[in-house]
Design a protein around this ligand. Structure first.
Ligand code: HEM
Length: 692
C-alpha cells in the first residue's frame, strides 16, 4: 500500500472470517428481536405508512445486498483500524485491496452482461453504456459530489460531539407555513414529487420477511432499551417538552437506515446507499424498475397498460387483486398512492400511455403488441414532457460519458427542499371555479388513501385545484400536516418529515451545508454572520440556537434556509440550484437514450423532435386525459393563470401530430419510426423550479 506501515501485515482471510462472524451475530440478534415482535406490522399507522414509502418490492434482493456490503464494510473497518489509517488514507488505500481470494468474494455484486446494443432501453436501467453496464441500473449505489462525512455511524458536529436531535432542529428553525407563491401552481410541487419517484428511492432495511424493524417502544412512545434495538435502527429523539408530541408522551420517532451496496470492483472500501429504482429519467414510476413489475403492469393487448374502470367507464390505475384497503391502485412505483394528487398524476400518465398506444395502433395497424408497447413507452413520455434542449438536439458520446447515477447529496438532502411547497389543505374547484367543499381535503386525512378517485367529479375538480391553487412559498415554513401529522392515519399524531429528512442526511453521511456551499463556488463561511447574503437574519439566529458551528448545519436545512433569498428567477437558493442543476445535467448528458440525442441508430427524426418541442405540454396531457369536464387550461400548467398565461379552450392548446410516427412500411417499424427511448420528465419541472 502506498502509505501503509510496512512492518504491519494483515491476514485478509482472517479478517474476512471476523466480518462474516460479526454479520452472523447481527442476524442472530435480529431473529431474537423478531420473536419479540419488534417489527412494523400492518395497522401500526404512521410507522406502517412510512414503511410503505421506504420499503420496496425488491426488499429481499436489497437485504442480501446490504448484508453482503456490511461484511465488506466491517472488514474494511478492521483493516483501517489495523493500519491506523485516517479516513483519507482509508479512502485511498482500501479500494486497492482485492477480495478475490477471500471468503468475501461471494459478497461482491455479480457483474452484468449486456446484449448487443439495444433499440429500446432496458427496464432495469442497465446497459445504457456498454462499457459500464451497471450505470443507472436499479439497486445500484448513489454517487457523491463530495466524500462522505461519517464520524461513526452518522455525521457528527465538527467538535466531535453529537449533533442536536433533528426534532429540535424542526421546532427551532422551521416555522408554520403562512405564505404562498404568487405565480406557480400546486402542480409544480406534485410534479416534483412525481419526478423524484422516477429518479430515486432510498429503501430501508427489511427483515427476511419484508418487514421494517420497529425502533421505538410503540406502547410507551419511548426509546427501546439498547439491547432491543435492531442494528439498522437509528431512532430520532423527541425532547420531553416538545411543543406537539409532549401531549401524547412521545419521545421517540422510529427510523430505519437505508439499504447499502458494495462496489462492483470487489475490493475493500466504503459502502454506499442503494437507489432501489433506475437512476435515469426513464418513466420508471410509470413502468417499474424490473421485468416482473413491468409484466405485472402490461395488459398484453395493443401495447396498453392495465387499468380498472369507474362505474361510468373512466380508466383508473389497476387494482391489486384481493385488496380491501383504501389504497389499492398500483403503478410503476410503490409510492404512487402516497397522496391523492400524486395518484392523479399517475392516472393521467397511464391514460396518456393508453391513448398514444391506441393512436399508434390506428396509424400502424400491423405493428405487433410488443412494438406498440415499446414505441408508446418511449413516445408517450417524450410527448408528455417538453424539455429545454437546443433546437438541433444533442450528441451522445459513449467514450466521454461519465457515471450518471443519482447524487446522494441530491436524494438525501437537496431535492427534498421541494417539501416546503406542499400545501396542507387541498382545494378542489368545479367548472365554475367554485370550491367543492365536500371534496376538498387535508393531507393528513388522505395519506395512502385514494378511495376518493372514483367519486364523480373528483379527478377533474382536483386537476382544476392543482392548476389553480398556489403552493406554499417560503423555505423554512412548513405545514404542520408534514411536521406533526405525517402519515397519522386515524391516530392523533403522525411523524415529522423535516426530522426524517435531517436524520436521513446524517445517516447517509451527507456533508454539511458550508462544505457543499463552498463546492458550489460560494465563499466559505467562517461564522454564522457570513451567511447573511444568502440567509435571512431571523433564520441565522435560529440556526445559531441549534448548531454550535457554522460547519455543522445539515445540508437540507441550509438549502431550505437559503431559499428565502432565491437566486434571480428561481424559487431556490444558490447551493440548491447548483446541486440540482448538476444532477439533471449529469443524467441528461450521459444518457444514450435521451430523447433529443440525434446521433444514435434509434434517434428521433428531425420532424418527430420538432413536433415534440413544439407541442408537448402538461396542459395538453390534462386536456386529453381528464374525465371529460376540464374544457380549459392555461398553456403553462405550472404557472398561475395570468394575462400572458390565460386559460384557453383545450381545443386550441397545441397537440403533437402523431402522423410523424406513421411507419411507411406498416408491417414493421423502420428506423425512422423508432423513437429514441428516453424520457423527458425532468427539465420541464427543473426548469420551472430553477428558473421560476
Ligand atoms: C405531499 C407531498 C409529499 C410527501 C408527503 C412526501 C413525503 C416523503 C417521505 C415520507 C419521504 C421519505 C423520508 C425518509 O424517510 O427519508 C420523502 C422522500 C423524498 N421526497 Fe418527498 N414528499 C412529498 C413531496 C415531495 C416533493 C414535492 C419533492 C420534490 C420536489 C419531494 C422530494 C423528495 C425526495 C428527493 C425524497 C428522497 C427520495 C429517496 O431517495 O428516497 N417530495 N418524501
Amino acid at each position: 500500500f502506498s502509505n501503509a506501515d510496512a512492518s504491519k501485515t494483515i491476514d485478509l482471510q482472517e479478517i474476512a472470517s471476523e466480518a462474516l462472524a460479526e454479520v452472523e451475530s447481527m442476524l442472530e440478534l435480529e431473529r431474537r428481536l423478531l420473536t419479540k415482535g419488534l417489527i412494523v406490522d400492518r395497522g401500526t399507522s404512521a410507522a406502517h405508512m412510512h414503511s410503505l414509502m421506504v420499503a420496496t418490492d425488491s426488499g429481499s434482493k436489497q437485504r442480501d445486498s446490504t448484508l453482503s456490503a456490511s461484511k465488506i464494510l466491517i472488514a474494511s473497518s478492521l483493516v483501517k483500524a489495523k493500519f491506523d489509517w485516517s479516513s483519507d488514507e482509508a479512502r485511498r488505500e482500501l479500494p486497492l485491496i482485492s477480495l478475490a481470494n477471500t471468503d468475501l468474494k461471494s459478497s461482491c455484486p455479480d457483474s452484468i452482461t449486456c446484449l448487443e446494443s439495444s433499440k429500446y432501453q432496458s427496464i432495469d436501467g442497465s446497459c445504457h453504456n456498454q462499457a459500464h453496464p451497471s450505470w443507472g441500473k436499479a439497486n445500484t449505489p448513489f454517487q457523491r459530489i463530495l466524500p462522505n462525512a461519517y464520524a461513526d455511524a452518522t455525521r457528527r458536529a465538527v467538535d466531535g460531539s453529537e449533533l442536536k436531535s433533528p426534532r429540535v432542529i424542526t421546532t427551532t428553525v422551521i416555522q408554520r407555513a403562512s405564505r404562498t407563491s404568487d405565480d406557480n401552481t400546486l402542480v409544480l410541487m406534485s410534479w416534483g414529487q412525481f419526478i423524484t419517484h422516477d429518479m430515486t428511492k432510498s429503501s430501508s432495511f427489511t427483515s427476511a420477511d419484508g418487514k421494517i424493524p420497529q425502533c421505538c417502544n410503540v406502547t410507551s412512545g419511548e426509546p427501546l432499551e439498547p439491547e432491543l434495538l435492531h442494528p439498522f435502527c437509528l431512532p430520532i429523539d423527541i425532547p420531553v417538552d416538545d411543543r406537539f408530541y409532549s401531549q401524547y408522551n412521545q419521545t421517540c420517532m422510529t427510523f430505519v437506515r437505508t439499504n447499502i451496496g458494495a462496489d462492483y470492483s470487489c475490493s475493500l472500501g466504503h459502502a454506499e446507499q442503494l437507489n432501489s429504482i433506475t437512476h435515469w429519467l426513464d418513466g420508471s414510476m410509470i413502468y417499474g424498475s424490473s421485468l416482473s413489475e413491468l409484466n405485472n403492469l402490461r395488459l398484453g393487448q395493443n401495447g396498453t397498460l392495465k387499468y380498472s374502470t369507474t362505474d361510468d367507464g373512466k380508466e383508473l390505475l389497476p387494482l391489486r387483486p384481493g385488496c380491501t384497503s383504501s389504497s389499492c391502485y398500483f403503478a410503476g412505483d410503490t409510492r404512487a398512492h402516497e397522496n391523492p394528487q400524486l395518484t392523479i398524476l399517475h392516472t393521467l400518465m397511464m391514460r396518456e400511455h393508453n391513448r398514444i398506444a391506441r393512436a399508434l395502433k390506428t396509424l400502424n395497424p400491423l405493428w405487433d403488441e410488443e412494438t406498440l408497447f415499446q414505441e408508446t413507452r418511449c413516445e408517450q413520455a417524450m410527448a408528455d414532457f417538453k424539455l429545454t434542449s437546443s433546437a438541433v438536439g444533442s450528441q451522445y458520446n459513449e467514450e466521454n460519458a461519465v457515471n450518471p447515477s443519482v447524487l446522494n447529496e441530491f436524494a438525501a438532502a437537496v431535492f427534498r427542499v421541494g417539501h416546503f411547497q406542499v400545501q396542507g389543505n387541498l382545494v378542489l374547484y368545479d367548472e365554475n371555479n367554485q370550491e367543492v367543499k365536500d371534496q376538498s381535503f387535508t393531507l393528513s386525512n388522505s395519506f395512502f388513501d385514494s378511495s376518493m378517485l372514483p367519486q364523480p367529479g373528483f379527478i377533474d375538480n382536483a386537476i382544476r385545484g392543482l392548476t389553480k391553487q398556489l403552493p406554499s412559498s417560503v423555505d423554512v415554513e412548513y405545514t404542520s400536516e408534514l411536521t406533526n401529522l405525517l402519515f397519522k392515519g386515524s391516530n392523533a399524531f403522525g411523524m415529522d418529515l423535516v426530522s426524517l429528512n435531517v436524520q436521513r442526511g446524517r445517516e447517509h453521511g451527507i456533508p454539511d451545508y458550508n462544505t457543499v456551499r463552498t463546492f458550489c463556488g460560494l465563499p466559505k463561511a467562517t461564522s454564522f454572520e457570513d451567511l447573511s447574503n444568502e440567509i435571512e437574519q431571523q433564520t441565522i439566529d435560529n440556526l445559531k440556537k441549534v448548531y454550535n458551528s457554522v460547519d455543522d448545519i445539515d445540508l437540507y436545512i441550509g438549502c431550505l434556509s437559503e431559499s428565502s433569498r432565491p437566486v434571480s428567477g428561481s424559487v431556490l437558493g444558490p447551493t440548491a440550484v447548483c446541486v440540482i442543476a448538476n444532477q439533471f445535467s449529469v443524467i441528461k448528458n450521459n444518457d444514450r437514450y435521451f430523447y433529443d440525442v440525434t446521433n444514435q441508430m434509434n434517434s428521433l427524426t428531425t420532424g418527430q423532435l420538432n413536433e415534440i418541442k413544439k407541442s408537448a405540454s402538461l396542459a395538453r396531457i390534462m386536456c386529453d386525459n381528464n374525465n371529460g369536464d376540464v374544457k380549459t387550461m392555461q398553456p403553462n400548467a405550472f404557472r398561475a393563470p395570468t394575462s400572458n398565461n390565460g386559460k384557453q379552450l383545450c381545443s386550441i392548446i397545441p397537440s403533437i401530430n402523431l402522423d410523424m410516427w406513421k411507419d411507411p412500411k406498416a408491417a414493421a417499424p423502420s428506423k425512422a419510426a423508432v423513437v429514441a427511448p428516453s424520457f423527458i420528465l425532468m427539465i420541464f419541472f427543473s426548469v420551472n423550479l430553477l428558473l421560476y
